[in-house]
Design a protein around this ligand. Sequence first.
Ligand SMILES: C[S@@+](CC[C@H](N)C(=O)[O-])C[C@H]1O[C@@H](n2cnc3c(N)ncnc32)[C@H](O)[C@@H]1O
Length: 321
Amino acid sequence: MARYHTPCMPAEVVHYLNGRRGQTIVDGTLGGGGHARMISSQIAPDGLLIGIDQDKDAIDHARNNLARYDSRVKLIHANFADLDHILDDLGIARVDGVLLDIGLSRHQLQESGRGFSFSRNEPLDMRMNTDDPTAAADIVQTADEQTLARLFRDYGEERRARTLARAIVRERGHIDLTRSRNLADLITRIVPRREAAKSKIHPATRVFMALRIAVNRELDRLRQALPVAIERLVPGGRLCVLSFHSLEDRIVKHTFREMSLGCRCDPRLPACTCQGRPRVRLLTRRVARPEAAEIEANPLARSTRLRAVEKLGQVQEEDPP
Ligand SMILES: C[S@@+](CC[C@H](N)C(=O)[O-])C[C@H]1O[C@@H](n2cnc3c(N)ncnc32)[C@H](O)[C@@H]1O
């Protein structure tokens, strides 16, 4: 059987999470359970791994992959944006570490049959959680030209957003754009050949990325999750985030920087009035990237970006009432 997913930057994740025996660590993006296995072995025999994924396939797969840690692993089908509720339901106030490895697993991209890739002509679904109400095909079939253009521009950073949106609205009554390859072929016909030849990526890549981000509300969920994850760490606890494109990385970078700042008062004021204090210490001043050898062995790792922080503060101050 093909591998479900090869974990990206495994040595760096282990280093920055710094898991130790007996700790409680959340893997918010379980996927194939590759990172989760490494974390479980670090915190064994008495630690607890809370594994979350919004894709039921991932939960089923990880259950097998983590069978040997069975009693010290809790697997939860949920969105990591709901971390507060998940921990409340488990009766856990604080955790020692959180890992978010956002993006797609190799299984989702290549085997799920949900149209994440245009290498096969699959139904254009793109939901990581198949219980969610809206699939990519619904957006392509019903959104107006302006909405599609905004989505392609904002989430895909697509230069030809308007042209492509116009073509989709014009053609959707004639071509079956509810299938991945049909949509990719339409885009390929519109983008001038010379321009496509100069680009390192397929002409449809940015539109597919934009649709996926919209369907799964990926940026909103990341924005929601980061402060909660930090809030729920014990002092000294660590949050490590792997992201795969610049929009996600920008959110991580700004949130981490914002939370690492102390007083935000005008420096000309005689005294601080905001009482701001840093919540975290940056462990990665610059974004960390995979080594060339890793990219060679696992090309899906090539755009990985890793950032990590450590929670600051006193235990007594941090405990909830
Ligand atoms: C890159 S894979 C993770 C791979 C994993 N670290 C491993 O070592 O096998 C990303 C996983 O995160 C899940 N995911 C993405 N966004 C999520 C979210 N907001 N909540 C829960 N799971 C999410 C996806 O369904 C996918 O299974």
